[in-house]
Design a protein around this ligand. Structure first.
Ligand code: MN
Length: 339
């Protein structure tokens, strides 16, 4: 069967490997249908993901169909359409004991620390699979994982009905956060430098968009919120200065959600944090967000609405990666089709 291997940074191979087999009684064999290309896959390809190891079969945004189940599998059956929950945790460390397996001490992410889903068949334990409606379009289901990232950020920010939320950045993750924040009943402001991306955010429900290259973000937020500031700031730009801006523009008793991997320090003042009694939280991967996201997908409340812009056959995976790399302005989300 075909698989997409990154043997080392800046090399991509379409290889032929043996089809995997069930090993444990809880294992499930899945025929892969669609895999999304994520920014983090591009980082693995470039050698700029500090967490990844090589050689690696990438891909963690996966939807497919169950073709075989182990003897003790009870929650999925042959023919079910599924999406993959790409995290495996130890169950005993402090994070796991406190319901936060996404930051497990021994965390293993499918397609990052272990081989992932960019191959024709995968075997995973049933607890890493979630069944979606069989009539749900694969192009909708394949976005389940990115939506869970948005759902996690919104959950970490405590976004609730009536809150004003500032999302910095209208890339794919910013849009996923937007969709989840709107479902929670928030008023959403979004920033970006690209007029096209700001327009797309508007089409997807953003109440206000701010052109960060031409407008003063803090002034605009103060104006929109009648001087209150944003109750929740979620930073999907992830630069040192956007974190600084988030702390400045947050309202009293507000929350700032950080998603970045940057190791460069931000110059954060203590005064606004204490004076406004801010809550500053990190958001990584997701915890228990798949059930919620799958229900919303099944109900038709989450639709990609143009978020997927490009589709490539597995045979054209080289073209897919180079296209995504060279056309960041054109590609929102690209997916690989296996069929
Ligand atoms: Mn992803």
């Amino acid at each position: 069967m075909k698989a997409v291997l990154i043997p080392k940074a800046l090399e991509l191979q379409l290889i032929d490997i043996e089809k995997p087999q069930l090993k444990e009684a809880s294992d499930v064999l899945v025929k892969v249908k669609r895999v999304g290309i994520c920014g983090s896959d591009m980082h693995i390809y470039h050698g700029t993901n500090p967490l990844a190891t090589y050689p690696r079969i990438v891909g963690h945004e996966v939807t497919g169909e169950v073709v075989e189940v182990g003897s003790e599998v009870s929650n999925v059956k042959v023919g079910d359409h599924i999406v993959v929950e790409p995290i495996r945790s130890c169950g005993t460390c402090y994070a796991c004991r406190n319901g936060r397996p996404n930051v497990c001490d021994k965390l293993s992410v499918f397609g990052v620390h272990e081989d992932g889903g960019m191959r024709e068949f995968i075997v995973l334990p049933e607890n890493q699979l979630h069944v979606v409606d069989a009539n749900l379009d694969c192009d909708e289901a394949v976005l389940a994982e990115p939506y869970t990232i948005g759902a996690q950020a919104v959950w970490r920010g405590g976004v609730s009905k009536g809150d004003t939320v500032l999302i910095q950045g209208c890339g794919p993750i910013g849009i996923c956060i937007l969709k989840m924040a709107k479902i929670n009943g928030a008023t959403v402001m979004m920033t970006d430098l690209s007029p096209e991306r700001l327009e797309f955010a508007k089409e997807n429900g953003a109440d206000f968009v701010i052109d960060a290259g031409n407008e003063n973000v803090i002034e605009r937020v103060q104006q929109i919120t009648n001087g209150e500031g944003a109750n929740v700031v979620i930073d999907a730009v992830c630069l040192p200065f956007t974190f600084e801006l988030g702390v400045e523009v947050a309202s009293v008793a507000g929350t700032v959600v950080v998603l970045g991997f940057d190791e460069k320090p931000s110059a954060i003042k203590q005064l606004p944090i204490t004076k406004k009694e801010l809550t500053i939280v990190g958001s990584r991967l997701q915890t228990k967000q798949f059930e919620k996201v799958v229900a919303l997908l099944n109900e038709g409340k989450l639709r990609h609405d143009g978020l997927i812009t490009h589709r490539f056959s597995i045979n054209d995976v080289h073209e897919a990666f180079s296209f995504v790399e060279n056309n960041p302005d054109k590609v929102r989300k690209a997916v690989i089709i296996f069929e």
